[in-house]
Design a protein around this ligand. Structure first.
Ligand SMILES: Cc1cc2nc3c(=O)[nH]c(=O)nc-3n(C[C@H](O)[C@H](O)[C@H](O)COP(=O)(O)OP(=O)(O)OC[C@H]3O[C@@H](n4cnc5c(N)ncnc54)[C@H](O)[C@@H]3O)c2cc1C
Ligand SMILES: NC(=O)c1ccc[n+]([C@@H]2O[C@H](COP(=O)([O-])OP(=O)(O)OC[C@H]3O[C@@H](n4cnc5c(N)ncnc54)[C@H](O)[C@@H]3O)[C@@H](O)[C@H]2O)c1
Length: 473
């Protein structure tokens, strides 16, 4: 009756996973994408290019090796934007082929053009070669987000930019203002500061990243300042103008900050304007997001919405899982619900990662917890890698020693966190780290050192079992 069993609009991680999952179930699947390149924001302007940019910055500046060879050490003098983009281009080309090949292997029909509803089961695809109409039993909306900016902030792509046009920059600036110290602002501010750009980071909030453990956020602030960045917290940007080829940000307090480039990173809005949602009986909220139930179903039961388009947590990792779960639900396949325990990774310089609860939350909930801390400078792997400022903090219940949270800043944080994630997910205690043997020398040794530190704090009477019972499963 319909052309396809499933039509997915948007080829980011959530759309890809929805399409592939349905194809694996033997369904006829089409995926509509407006951008010339598949892969979404994740592949083309967001996650992958920004993380590759970071790797290029770390490599070319020699930042990690300065402990050994001195503060003036550089792998390449005068790093250019072309050097950094070359690294990104290579990764994007390879990953683009992986996505195209995956869709082809799974027999997914790719429709090029802008998808918009003409009815609840019908979508018009407006492509370069003309328009076509496609119908499907189920539709998954996976159209993601775009950078938000008020109409009076004119984004020209060279002087005033958002993360969506970061990779169109012709040259590295000498000075940069970053408006908004959310994840995007903090990541790029730290990367540009590591490149030697004079960065000013402005946020109306009084501290960086208020969902991050405060000790970790303080360490990040210290390290940003140490790289020459200026933090203007508790300051709101009221106006952005271009004067004599420079960006000028006027703060509500009356201060003005002039710089070669201004990155406007104050959040993102759902890409739902072009979808003609009303033709399907749907609407978006004020930030372009679409409401869904726990199965990612909109109020029109055969239409699902996934990924950044539905809001928090708006990560590539969670988006792709949402896409898979939506396709499973549509075709009656029972799948486990989205886990509540999610790791967060912030690819600032240095990187940050966390899983579980943080100190402020546990204090507010009246949970009797204790901390165990390992500093990278005490861990031989940290010393070998030239990272003497990293820190891993365990939070555990004082009485049961159950692991409640893991908070890390430093090299490898986003990988290391998954050990703690597994222990929390299985309801484990810090005894696991004390009673088991870890590879040496590794950053993972931090878990053992932090667990012993925590054990020493709660004292023998409360913690003795950990050492006396021997290894635990
Ligand atoms: C700078 C930056 C860095 C990030 N870093 C990380 C990170 O380190 N880790 C992490 O987990 N997440 C990160 N994210 C978030 C991550 O990129 C998103 O969570 C993820 O891309 C969301 O995937 P999605 O499938 O919802 O949609 P998107 O990746 O946004 O893709 C949506 C696609 O839909 C297409 N589209 C939109 N409307 C239409 C239409 N009408 N017709 C046809 N096609 C349409 C768009 O062209 C786009 O290709 C970052 C984001 C940004 C901006
Ligand atoms: N590593 C990762 O997982 C990663 C990396 C980058 C982006 N992302 C995703 O991208 C999303 C968007 O990130 P974002 O950083 O743009 O948004 P955000 O909402 O996280 O942060 C925006 C910040 O801008 C500040 N702000 C807003 N208006 C301001 C003004 N006029 N003056 C000063 N400060 C102002 C806010 O106080 C806030 O701190 C994130 O929520 C995340 O889902 C994830």
């Amino acid at each position: 009756m319909f052309d396809f069993d499933l039509l997915v609009i948007g080829s980011g991680p959530s759309g890809q996973r929805a399409a592939v999952q349905a194809a694996k179930l033997g369904k006829r699947v089409a995926l509509c994408e407006n951008n010339a390149r598949l892969g979404g924001v994740c592949m083309n302007t967001g996650t992958i290019p920004s993380k590759t940019f970071r790797e290029a910055v770390l490599h070319l500046t020699g930042l990690r090796q300065r402990q050994f060879y001195g503060q003036s050490y550089h792998v390449k003098e005068n790093v250019t934007i072309a050097d950094l983009i070359q690294h990104c281009d290579h990764v994007l080309k390879t990953q683009g082929e992986v996505v195209r090949d995956q869709l082809r292997r799974n027999g997914i029909t790719v429709l090029r053009g802008l998808g918009r509803f003409t009815g609840p089961n019908e979508v018009q695809v407006q492509g370069e070669g003309g328009d076509s109409l496609v119908s499907a039993s189920f539709i998954v909306l996976a159209t993601g987000t775009t950078a938000a900016h008020p109409p009076d902030v004119e984004v020209d792509g060279q002087i005033v930019i958002t993360s969506d046009n970061m990779f169109g920059l012709h040259a590295l600036p000498r000075t940069m203002t970053v408006v908004g110290a959310g994840v995007i602002g903090v990541e790029y501010a730290s990367m540009f500061a590591a490149l030697g750009v004079k960065v000013t980071l402005v946020d109306k909030r009084h501290r960086l990243l208020d969902f991050v453990d405060s000790e970790i956020a303080e360490s990040l602030s210290y390290q940003l300042r140490d790289m020459g960045a200026t933090l203007r917290l508790g300051e709101e940007v009221a106006k952005v103008q271009v004067e004599a080829s420079r960006a000028v940000a006027t703060l509500k307090s009356g201060k003005k900050i002039a710089s070669d480039v201004l990155l406007y990173s104050v959040g993102r809005v759902g890409t739902s304007d072009s979808l003609q949602l009303d033709k399907a009986g749907l609407e978006a909220d004020g930030r372009g997001r679409i409401a869904v139930d726990s199965h990612f179903r909109t109020k029109v039961p055969h239409i699902y919405a996934v990924g950044d388009l539905i809001g928090f947590p708006a990560l590539a990792s969670t988006s792709s899982e949402q896409g898979r779960l939506a396709a499973c639900h549509a075709f009656g396949l029972t799948a486990a619900a989205m886990p509540e325990l999610l790791p967060y990774g912030i690819y600032s310089v240095p990187e940050i990662s966390m899983v579980g609860r943080h100190e402020e939350e546990l204090t507010a909930a009246g949970v009797p917890y204790e901390t165990g801390i390992a500093r990278y400078r005490e861990i031989v792997r940290g010393v070998m890698m030239g990272d003497d400022s990293g820190l891993l903090k365990l939070l555990f219940h004082r009485e049961t020693r159950q692991l409640l949270g893991v908070h890390i800043i430093g090299t490898g944080a986003t990988e290391l966190v998954h050990i703690g994630q597994a222990v929390i997910a299985f309801g484990g205690t810090i005894d696991y780290f004390i009673g088991n043997v870890f590879n040496y020398p590794t950053f993972a040794e931090c878990y053992k050192v932090a667990a012993l530190d925590g054990y020493n704090k709660v004292g023998r009477s409360e913690g003795a079992a950990a050492l006396e019972q021997g290894p635990v499963a």
